[in-house]
Design a protein around this ligand. Structure first.
Ligand code: GDP
Ligand code: MG
Length: 165
């Protein structure tokens, strides 16, 4: 069994975009309904000769649902159970949301390794001036990436695979 790495985070932070970039698949399908992406959820991939299974969570979540917040949490907890490594994605454009704080609290309780990524960071300006609030989460290392443009993704993947068996 390959180690399982799960991408988690609230909708629209860029999980599927990062999944597609890492797995080089272009198979994500965007549903008619806003906020719902019918994506491929699992793919075997590798980086620097280390193989792992990447999981994209959240593909079937409806933002119209009353149980939205509960669903996001349930999904994260399932990922925490099933994965060996968690990758928590935040949105550098919208900033921290209450959902992010809730999910970060849940992630703090796991013994499993967690990587924290701020996505959609495409300019030096935002890197230096707008990301301070993310440090209030109290995590050691925040990776600044752009899943869409590939910035910072290689650095993150190198640290990720260094942690895999
Ligand atoms: P998910 O709901 O977490 O899977 O998020 P998606 O991957 O579907 O992306 C949500 C939206 O954010 C889409 O409109 C993407 O094009 C956009 N997006 C994803 N990554 C980036 C990025 O690195 N930069 C910018 N500017 N937009 C991004
Ligand atoms: Mg998605």
């Amino acid at each position: 069994m390959k180690p399982v790495v799960a991408l988690v985070g609230r909708p629209n932070v860029g999980k599927s975009t990062l999944f597609n970039r890492i797995t080089k698949s272009r198979q994500a399908l965007v549903d008619d309904m806003p906020g719902v992406t019918r994506d491929r959820q699992y793919a075997d991939t590798q980086w620097e000769d280390k193989a792992f299974t990447l999981v994209d969570t959240g593909g079937f979540l409806s933002v119209d649902d009353d149980y939205f917040a509960a669903q996001i949490k349930a999904q994260l907890l399932r990922a925490v159970e099933q994965a060996d490594v968690l990758v928590f994605i935040l949105d550098g454009r919208t900033g921290l949301s209450p959902y992010d704080r809730d999910l970060a609290d849940l992630l703090r309780r796991t013994e499993k390794p967690v990587f924290y990524l701020i996505n959609k960071v495409e300019s030096l300006y935002s890197q230096e001036n707008e990301l301070g609030e993310f440090y209030s989460l109290g995590v050691d290392r925040l990776y600044k990436i752009s899943a869409e443009h590939g910035l910072g993704v290689g650095d993150f993947l190198s640290d990720l695979v260094a942690m895999l068996p």
